[in-house]
Design a protein around this ligand. Structure first.
Ligand code: GLN
Length: 484
């Protein structure tokens, strides 16, 4: 059962081939067996999961089930979960128990999904390898000496290793798509504002977006349908109806114009990844799509602009962790200043401190114009590039990450090389567009991600293109040999 997708499990549940209680018990057992190796979960909510599974079984028996009823999923530990520990991968929030559910969590619960637990992540979602977590690194199920990507590395590894049917993630600069690419799963970052940020611990508020991590595009459609929607508690939430993502999955892609970004296919791209992306493009052509070349002339500025905007916003967002209201507090502070200083010094890890310092500097009075304002202007130029590109194409397709999974520790002391993991994903966040990563053919036995970028709120089209490709190929069905 654990190899089945949500769509397949949903049929098995409704046909009585398995109950949610049986399925949940089986998945919890898999977590126990395999997570000693992977470290993808930080909290397992066994009792809660079984209670939710029993409720799901009643709903199924009553004929009131939806497609997610009884499906075991996991949440990235950045989402607040009522009465359940929420750590955001940080010592700062060690032992913090949230008094409420994030909107995305509540939406999935209402849809009947069963929560198995919370997944490991880079501290406050800062990282591309899941090595900055206070709870230790996550390992990639395809090769446990390599990283699963980050920051949603726990969710990615858990979905790839079949420890849960799907998981939630968040993406500020690539944190859903890059780990999806490195672990061979499907990940979708929706348009900024499509999913509520309420109860999702803030990193960089103008970039953060929640999305599904699954084993197929069809499953991503099922998850997004439940996650998305207007939320009056998030002032940046989009006040527009949610499209019928599942209903849109049937259209042939003949005539769809696929934009190839010329700046993304050259220098810096691993040759094996490039070949794999080309094979996927050939398949899209075979299905009737038309390839057109587009240009994003300012895309090269996206990483530098991001590393001003994201740290600036994080330095402000993380000011709330002062040792007073919640989170880590140092022992025996001398005075208030000592309390702030030592609580924050002890609570935050090195990468988070680096970001807070960069951000504070960039926002300081003398430098604001030179850095923050300049970065915001670059951001506008990048959005304009995409606007022009989407006049000539319907979907942009290219690589998600520049290479396959790298070895644990390989980039840990080289922040710039780590930051370049997101070279193809960050522009999408700066512009607020939807982006997706799906498996392309593997390179040397390791997964490769194909990125699909859509116009604003065009998730339905993105999901359909991905689904059509997955109907015609089996790249997304490959599984890490030790976890099938
Ligand atoms: N890797 C990027 C960073 O470290 C993006 C992280 C994310 O999307 N949360 O900031």
């Amino acid at each position: 059962m654990h190899n089945k997708t949500i769509a397949e499990l949903s049929i098995a549940l409704r046909d009585g081939q398995v109950s949610s209680t049986e399925l949940t018990t089986q998945m919890l057992q898999r977590v126990k067996t395999h997570d000693a190796t992977l470290n993808s979960f930080v909290t397992v909510t066994e009792d809660l999961a079984l209670a939710q599974a029993r409720a799901a079984d009643e709903r199924i028996a009553a004929g009131a089930a939806g497609p997610l009823t009884g499906i075991p999923i996991a949440h990235k530990d950045i989402f607040c979960t009522l009465d359940v520990r929420t750590s955001c991968g940080s010592r700062m929030l060690e032992g913090f128990v949230s008094p409420y559910d994030a909107t995305v969590v509540a939406n999935l619960q209402r849809a009947g999904a069963v929560m198995l637990g919370k997944t490991n992540m880079d501290e406050f979602a800062m990282g591309s390898s899941n090595e900055t977590s206070y709870y230790g690194p996550v390992r990639n199920p395809w090769d446990t000496e390599t990283v699963p990507g980050g920051s949603s590395g726990g969710s990615a590894a858990a979905v790839a290793a079949r420890l849960c049917a799907a998981a939630t993630g968040t993406d500020t600069g690539g944190s859903i798509r890059q780990p999806a690419a490195l672990t061979g799963i499907t990940g979708l970052k929706p348009t900024y504002g499509r999913c509520s940020r309420w109860g999702m611990i803030a990193f960089a508020s103008s970039l953060d977006q929640a999305g599904p991590m699954t084993r197929s595009a069809e499953d991503a459609a099922l998850m997004l349908a439940a996650m998305a929607g207007f939320d009056e508690r998030d002032s940046t939430s989009a006040q527009r109806p949610v499209d019928d993502y599942v209903g849109a999955l049937g259209s042939p892609i003949k005539g769809v114009r696929i934009g190839i970004v010329k700046e993304f296919m050259g220098e810096g791209l691993d040759a094996g990844v490039g070949a794999s992306v080309s094979a996927a493009l050939d398949e899209l052509t075979r299905l009737g799509a038309e390839l057109v070349e587009v240009s994003l002339p300012n895309a090269g500025l996206s990483v530098p602009a991001y590393y001003v905007v994201a740290p600036a916003e994080c330095s402000s967002n993380l000011a709330r962790f002062d040792g007073v209201r919640y989170g880590h507090r140092c022992t025996d502070p001398k005075d208030l200043e000592d309390l702030y200083k030592r609580s924050r010094s002890e609570g935050f890890g090195a990468e988070v401190k680096r970001r807070i310092m960069i951000g504070t500097y960039a926002l300081s009075a003398g430098y604001y114009d030179a850095y923050y304002l300049k970065a915001q202007k670059v951001r506008q130029l990048i959005a304009d590039d995409f606007r022009r590109a989407f006049a000539a194409c319907d979907v942009i397709v290219g690589p998600t990450a520049p290479g396959t999974a790298f070895r644990l520790g390989e980039k840990a002391d080289d922040p710039v090389s780590m930051y370049l993991q997101d070279i193809y994903t960050i522009a999408v966040n700066l512009a607020g567009l939807p982006g997706m990563s799906i498996p392309a053919p593997a390179s040397d036995g390791m997964p490769v991600g194909l990125q699909l970028i859509g116009n604003y709120f065009d998730e339905a089209r993105l999901l359909n293109v991905a689904h059509q490709l997955q109907l015609a190929t089996d790249w997304h069905r490959q599984a890490p040999a030790d976890f099938v």
